[in-house]
Ligand binder design. Sequence first.
Ligand code: PLP
Length: 454
Amino acid sequence: MSRPNSTAARDIAHQLHPYTNAVRHAEIGPIVMDRGEGIYVFDDQGNRYIEGLAGLWSVAVGFGEKRLVEAARKQLDKLPYYHTFAHKSHLPSIELAEKLAEMTPEGLSHVFFTNSGSEANDTVIKLVWYYNNALGRPKKKKFLARTQGYHGVTVAAASLTGLPNNHRDFDLPAIPVRHLTCPHFYRFGNPGETEAQFVERLAAELEAVIQEEGADTIAAFIGEPLMSAGGVIPAPEGYWQKVQEICRRYDILVVADEVITGFGRLGTTFGSEHYGIKPDLMVLSKQITSSYQPLAAIMISDDIFKAVADNSGKIGTFGHGYTATGHPVATAVALENLAIIEERKLVENATAMGKVLQARLAKLASHPLVGEVRGVGLIAGVELVADKATKARFAEHGKVGAYVFARAHHHGLIVRNIMDTLAFCPPLIITESQIEEMAQAFERTLDDAAEWIA
Ligand code: PLP
């Protein structure tokens, strides 16, 4: 228990923490982070940790990057705030929109900015509804998403998210959405089924749902190119090709939620590039500013933009926007962050270091607790199981993962557990020796876990 008036006690007294068991938090208190440097963060007791998750999958250029501080300072000095409503604009938002249109796949040449990934996905839903109303298709409103998909936590975005904890006791989903099978072959492949047959089964499911609901009622399919917060699940070979082919056939938009995969995570600038996805809408956030500032961006296809723009002309406005849409400080920091990613060749580093990370973690496959090691580039998941041969889960699902998450701190490592899967997503600047340091700290934690279970 924390000392009275300590930072921890003051935290407990007044904060409701996101994604936290508040009762347990009052017992154990927070780890109070104080500063960061490169891939490391330091708490207020002076303990150093490898940030194996880059904060929340987001600090691409590492902590303590002075160029981003300077970019923010300069913009704060010049024009700390201005909005982009009602025909106003400012240079940082203009330059970032231009830059994103140039970087993202062809045909995505307009941007709408928000403060977070959740707001961005909320905006996607509204854009798609507005678009279909503009086209005179008022019934075409439903979304298709996947179980274990993650799209955020606002009322509408959380409805797209396919995780029970984001729905339970929040009275969600609250928008029309169908969640399809999570494309995780290790967990959801049937006995005797090949991965190709699994993909065929998921494609048949998608088509059956479309026919059951009626294609004229389904607006869009949303998916993360590689599912991240739901357990780090790379899409199986051919999955995205089938999904896209079916969506095109039934005139259903494809939305790539690249909040985590954008800007190099998979060793390609975008996850869509890795999987051959040609999205109608692409959602970006996190690594866009390395999370030094809150910012997200929705890339909009030319067709959708035209219909939306025409409709705003017809009815008088596009009645949507946030006080901080395109915020000058956030967009200035994004521009500098993207310049650093390019200058330091961090996408190329993610390709090279991704190979090192995947090969190093693959060696853990022989550990008695490890069921599956999976990932692409600089994102990976290690799933722990009670029985390797049968893939059986532990009796209390998530308890061993939670132990590993907590215990890793003792070995100077921060990882994230998603039930019994441990996720790795380090800053894109990570080096080979730092990957080794991270893997060794994780191995020591796994050995502790094996002892704890025994
Ligand atoms: N979409 C994806 C794929 C995410 O991983 C996240 C956050 O982790 C979100 C959306 C929501 O973003 P935010 O937490 O900024 O609202």
